[in-house]
Design a binder for this molecule. Structure first.
Ligand SMILES: Cc1cc2nc3c(=O)[nH]c(=O)nc-3n(C[C@H](O)[C@H](O)[C@H](O)COP(=O)(O)O)c2cc1C
Length: 322
């Protein structure tokens, strides 16, 4: 798949997840073969105020390219300015958030609320395309609610504005992340636009990815929640779709080694104190499915240093073997 002039070499990509898809996690997922990853959403308005934290969300590492920076906002001029800043940070792709359901985002007319106004979506894409030569993508939902299912209309408006690809999450804003992902709407978008379509929603293994790709005809899939504590999902999907090989997840020791290296990377970027605080949930996700997981996950919620994590790993290992 090509998004503008950017070649994406794998059929499975990492979706943006606020508070989760930081530089370290994206690097880990890329190392397992994610086609590309995206930063969490960054506020165009906050960037216009020179907000330091927002700029830090856009920091990319050398090894993760191609990488997308996701922006949210509803003012074409501010979004165009934010696109220039994202380009300066080295974004290979700039994605527009048109799907976030959170009240503090949607009630401000941004995120999923943009889908209520396809003409504004078109204007925003157009303004950003005029500002940068970086490919622009949009990440939309099925619609705002069951009474307003307009993913096809919004995707077409964005294509007219110059979008280079569209990512479709097959749920409405009203559904948040519950209920079923509607593959028919992804198929309908694929049939209605000429740009690449990336399907998103509930892809977690070979079977669900195969269904998404086969049924909808989409060009690639985006994986979000299934990558948590499970970044090797990209290797499993790639091996299957590129080489026809079914691979198993790593064994116990390898899983724990991957977790350790991931969290060490987080700490190298954020410092040990902040890094460990932010990694507690990641550790808990990695420990899912282990023998004694409930207790260990509880402990993960209290780790404060890398040494705490090393000790936890030793105990988890001992417990698996006894
Ligand atoms: C905790 C969380 C944070 C998310 N943050 C973002 C975000 O910043 N930008 C975005 O476009 N989507 C965001 N999403 C939506 C996901 O990218 C994805 O569309 C959704 O989870 C469905 O995919 P999945 O079934 O593979 O999880 C978020 C979802 C979750 C659960």
């Amino acid at each position: 798949m090509k998004i503008g002039n950017v070649e994406i070499k794998s059929v499975a990509c990492l979706a943006p997840l606020a508070g989760i898809t930081d530089k370290a996690f994206r690097e880990v997922c890329r190392s397992f073969g994610a086609g590309y990853g995206e930063t969490e959403m960054v506020s165009a308005k906050a960037l216009s105020f020179n907000d330091k934290k927002s700029f830090s969300l856009m920091e990319l590492s050398e090894s993760e390219h191609p990488c997308g920076i996701q922006l949210f906002g509803n003012e074409p001029a501010l979004m165009a300015n934010a696109a220039r800043l994202a380009k300066n940070e080295g974004a290979d792709i700039i994605d527009i958030n048109m799907g976030c359901p959170a009240p503090k985002i949607a009630n401000n007319g941004t995120g999923s609320a943009l889908m209520k106004n396809p003409e504004l979506c078109r204007e925003i894409v157009y303004a950003m395309k005029n500002a940068v030569d970086t490919p622009i993508t949009v990440k939309i939902r099925k619609g705002f609610d069951e009474e307003h299912i307009n993913a096809v209309e919004v995707a077409q408006a964005c294509e007219e504005g110059g979008a280079d690809a569209v990512i479709v999450h097959g749920r409405t804003r009203q559904q948040y992340y519950s209920g079923k992902c509607d593959l028919d709407i992804i198929k309908a978008v694929k049939n209605a636009v000429g740009i690449p379509v990336i399907g998103n929603g509930d892809v977690k293994d070979i079977k669900s990815a195969e269904k998404m790709l086969g049924y909808t005809g989409c060009d690639a899939v985006m994986v979000a929640r299934a990558a948590l504590g499970n970044p090797w999902v990209f290797r499993i999907l790639n091996e299957y779709f590129q080489n026809g090989i079914i691979t198993q997840p790593p064994g116990t020791e390898d899983k724990l080694r991957i977790m350790r290296e991931h969290i060490e990377l987080v700490c190298s970027y954020k410092g040990e104190r902040m890094g460990m605080l932010q990694s507690r949930k990641q550790i808990a996700w990695y420990l899912k499915g282990f023998r004694g997981a409930a207790g260990f996950r509880d402990e993960a919620g209290r780790v404060a240093t890398l040494d705490d994590m090393y000790r936890l790993i030793e105990r988890v290992l001992e417990f698996q073997n006894c």
